[in-house]
Design a protein around this ligand. Structure first.
Ligand code: FES
Length: 137
C-alpha cells in the first residue's frame, strides 16, 4: 500500500503573508498592509468554511514573493506545496478563490492543482510548486 491517502487526514496549512502590500515610511510600516487586510477577510470567511478545522491558517511575514503581493501558500504532509501571488487585497473574489482552491488541495491525495481546475483568480499566480519530500523521481 502506498501512504498517499493517509496524508489527506493530516492538518493542512494555509499561509498568508501579512507583510505583503505594506506601505513603509521612515523604516516603519504605515497603517494596515494589504496582506493584513487579506488575512482578516480570509479569517472572517473561513469561519463558515466546512474545512476550517482541517486547516491551520497562519500569518507569515514574507515568503519572498514581495513583488507579487498578496501571497498565500498551501502545504501539507505528503503533498505538493504551492505558493500563489498577485492576489489583490480588498477583493472578496480573491479571498473566496483561495478557500475554494484550498478545498481542492485538500481533496487531492497529492495536492496537485491542475490549471484547468483552479479558480480564475489562481490560474495565473503560481510562483512555486514544490514536490512533497521523498517524492523525487
Ligand atoms: S512581503 Fe509578502 S512575500 Fe514578501
Amino acid at each position: 500500500m502506498n501512504g498517499t491517502n493517509t496524508a489527506i487526514r493530516t492538518k493542512h496549512c494555509l499561509l498568508v503573508c501579512t507583510a505583503c502590500a505594506s506601505v513603509w515610511k521612515d523604516g516603519k510600516r504605515e497603517g494596515k498592509s494589504g496582506g493584513q487586510q487579506f488575512m482578516e477577510d480570509l479569517s472572517k470567511l473561513a469561519k463558515d468554511w466546512e474545512l476550517s478545522d482541517q486547516f491551520d491558517i497562519q500569518e507569515v511575514e514574507c515568503m519572498s514573493a514581495c513583488s507579487h503581493a498578496c501571497a498565500v501558500s498551501f502545504a501539507a504532509a505528503g503533498k505538493y506545496t504551492y505558493l500563489f501571488g498577485d492576489l489583490p487585497a480588498n477583493e472578496p473574489k480573491s479571498v473566496e478563490a483561495v478557500l475554494e482552491c484550498a478545498s481542492q488541495y485538500y481533496a487531492k491525495s497529492d495536492g496537485l492543482l491542475p490549471w484547468s481546475e483552479r479558480p480564475q483568480a489562481l490560474k495565473k499566480g503560481v510562483l512555486a510548486k514544490i514536490p512533497p519530500l521523498g517524492n523525487q523521481s
